[in-house]
Design a protein around this ligand. Structure first.
Ligand SMILES: *[C@@H]1O[C@H](CO)[C@@H](O)[C@H](O)[C@H]1NC(C)=O
Ligand SMILES: *[C@@H]1O[C@H](CO)[C@@H](O)[C@H](O)[C@H]1NC(C)=O
Ligand SMILES: *[C@@H]1O[C@H](CO)[C@@H](O)[C@H](O)[C@H]1NC(C)=O
Ligand SMILES: *[C@@H]1O[C@H](CO)[C@@H](O)[C@H](O)[C@H]1NC(C)=O
Ligand SMILES: *[C@@H]1O[C@H](CO)[C@@H](O)[C@H](O)[C@H]1NC(C)=O
Ligand SMILES: *[C@@H]1O[C@H](CO)[C@@H](O)[C@H](O)[C@H]1NC(C)=O
Ligand SMILES: *[C@@H]1O[C@H](CO)[C@@H](O)[C@H](O)[C@H]1NC(C)=O
Ligand SMILES: *[C@@H]1O[C@H](CO)[C@@H](O)[C@H](O)[C@H]1NC(C)=O
Ligand SMILES: *[C@@H]1O[C@H](CO)[C@@H](O)[C@H](O)[C@H]1NC(C)=O
Ligand SMILES: *[C@@H]1O[C@H](CO)[C@@H](O)[C@H](O)[C@H]1NC(C)=O
Length: 481
């Protein structure tokens, strides 16, 4: 790690400079490192004394099995098989080169005793637990500093039994921030697929600090064109009134790919984050190159949200083929003075909405600060956001787009949006600037201008050929091109 300039870095730079970018590759499936890999060694959790009766606590069995399997890490890795049954457990740790495989009718149940969820340090980019000062309960399934981890199976279930945690939250008896169902920290080559996740105590799947830039040496060569984290073909379910049960929250992570998921929860289906106020800006770890496709779901919050914790920055988010119904909001960007950071280069297309209150929402004053030490003058920089090809039925508001005074959200580009709205004032925009074309109902004043050829570069990934052909100036410009 002492060499500052490696062959791999050269290759990386060449790749970034060449046409072989994500867009040009144009494939519509996540690139994976190892999805189908057969592990040469396999054990069943029953060999370690686990009892699948739904009431025997199996934390020790999971820990012992994984400890044993560690000896195969350098021999191609190993598989921990969880057969049909109800496997109650507290939090346990994964290792590298492991496949956790849940068979059909296998259910891993989270313990309802908070002591089975040990308390760990807060994330440095948050400075404290998200809900309460101090530490936080560790997730049911946890991994740190890992490579090549697969959590999959034949549609088995991981059930957090979160209702007890929601009650503790509601009646004020939590001592620490609630745990996630699955958290992978500082890990790469993670695949989560073919499972159902139920009733998380808090956010459901939380990849955090899963960053290419943390990976060194040959591993970097191995992973350089692949996802740090792939989530495919999962269902995530929690009641619509359950508190903060976000679906998938990529946090200070890059090269994340999420596809073919159905999510129905009490909070944002996918929320892209990168740390909180002064802790997030100091830690300075962005979320970037996040791909989301073929997501279906419903929520009393947003389908796709960015923020509100975005202090390390969020960029290069590509989301397409999204269907949200019976929801509060379709697409949402949430921030606040004091967050700092940025949200830029966001491309969202092919969105179908039905029975959604607000199709697009920007919130510039979300509030919620970790402590009183944040700098209210540290304003976020929000811009280059393209949203196109959206249709919606039974929508209340097309766009409630609220920027920050003295800190306009710039280059907001809306194209080909048709919404059947019920409100008389479908748009309400303040402190935003940008362009629109083929938007119905007619958009708000700050976005009225149709982008001119010289301005195309201001709109992120907006091909001029897809911009309205109804525009005369543009037509003239195209003929002269
Ligand atoms: C998930 O299921 C799909 C379809 O059955 C299969 O192609 C894929 O290999 C499975 N993934 C894993 C990691 O087993
Ligand atoms: C991540 O893992 C790498 C290598 O294992 C280590 O050098 C780095 O300090 C870790 N970072 C965090 C945040 O855990
Ligand atoms: C992960 O890496 C960090 C930084 O090197 C280290 O402090 C921490 O103990 C490691 N954690 C685990 C579980 O390996
Ligand atoms: C809070 O909820 C928990 C879980 O339902 C319950 O055990 C506890 O008695 C409640 N505490 C109070 C103070 O209402
Ligand atoms: C919080 O701490 C109190 C006192 O130690 C304990 O009785 C209670 O069970 C704890 N609550 C939770 C949710 O762990
Ligand atoms: C973006 O992430 C994908 C994996 O999701 C990866 O295949 C691709 O190479 C990354 N693109 C860049 C430019 O890093
Ligand atoms: C970028 O725009 C092009 C042309 O509109 C489109 O084909 C491509 O899919 C977009 N990229 C992503 C990742 O959506
Ligand atoms: C748009 O999304 C729908 C699913 O909502 C999908 O069936 C269709 O193929 C997508 N179209 C394109 C051009 O990707
Ligand atoms: C506008 O968006 C709709 C819905 O996604 C799509 O079917 C249609 O082809 C788009 N029209 C243009 C001109 O791109
Ligand atoms: C528009 O939004 C602003 C805040 O951003 C609010 O004060 C105002 O009442 C809204 N107007 C309408 C007509 O909803």
């Amino acid at each position: 790690m002492t060499r500052s300039f490696t062959l791999v870095d050269v290759l990386l730079v060449l790749a970034l400079l060449s046409d072989a970018s994500w867009a040009a590759k144009g494939n519509s499936c996540c690139k994976q490192t190892n999805s189908g890999e057969i592990r040469p060694h396999s054990v069943s959790i029953t060999e370690f004394g686990a009892v699948g009766d739904g009431s025997t606590l199996n934390t020790k069995a999971f820990q012992n099995a994984i400890f044993y399997l560690n000896s195969f890490a350098d021999k191609g890795g190993a598989k921990l098989f969880v057969p049909a049954g109800q496997w109650l457990t507290g939090s346990f740790d994964l290792i590298s080169h492991l496949t956790l495989w849940l068979d059909k009718d296998a259910v891993i149940l989270g313990s309802t005793n908070s002591n089975d969820w040990p308390v760990v340090d807060p994330l440095p980019s948050y400075g404290r637990g998200r809900e309460l000062p101090g530490g936080r309960h560790r997730s049911l399934i946890y991994g740190r500093n890992l490579t090549d981890v697969i959590i999959t199976g034949n549609n088995g279930i991981i059930d957090g039994q979160g209702d007890i945690w929601w009650n503790w939250f509601w009646n004020g008896s939590l001592n620490y921030t609630r745990p996630h169902l699955v958290e992978l920290m500082n890990s790469t080559g993670v695949v989560i697929s073919n499972l159902t996740f139920l009733n998380s105590p808090f956010w459901t799947i939380h990849p955090v600090y899963c960053s290419f830039y943390e990976v060194g040496g040959e591993l970097r060569l191995f992973f350089w064109m692949n996802s740090q984290v792939t989530v495919q073909n999962v269902r995530i379910l929690a009641p619509h009134d359950s508190p903060n049960t976000d679906g998938i929250d990529p946090d200070s992570s890059d090269n994340v790919c999420i596809e073919d998921c159905y999510i129905s929860t009490g909070d944002d289906l996918i929320a892209i984050k990168s740390g909180w106020d002064e802790y997030g800006t100091t830690y300075g770890r962005p979320s970037t190159n996040i791909t989301i496709r073929r997501l279906i779901g419903e929520t009393q919050s947003a389908g796709i949200a960015i923020g509100s914790e975005m202090s390390g920055g969020v960029s290069q988010v590509y989301a397409e083929s999204l269907q949200f119904f019976n929801s509060r909001t379709g697409i949402s960007i949430k921030t606040s003075p004091g967050r700092g950071g940025y949200v830029r280069d966001i491309y969202i297309s092919n969105v179908t909405l039905a029975n959604v209150d607000i199709a697009i929402r920007f919130i510039g004053h979300y509030g919620e600060h970790p402590d009183k030490f944040y700098d209210p003058n540290d304003l976020p920089s929000i811009g280059r956001i393209t949203i196109k090809d959206v249709i919606g039925e039974n929508i209340k508001f097309a766009g409630l787009l609220e920027g920050i005074k003295g800190d306009d959200f710039l280059n907001i580009c809306l194209s080909n949006i048709t919404l059947h709205v019920t409100s008389d004032s479908p748009w309400n925009c303040s402190y935003i600037q940008g362009y629109s074309d083929l938007v119905y109902p007619k958009t708000c004043e700050p976005l009225k201008e149709i982008v001119s050829p010289e301005q195309y570069s201001e709109c992120y990934n907006l091909s001029r050929h897809l911009w309205s052909s109804s525009n005369q100036n543009r037509g003239a410009w195209l003929r002269s091109w």
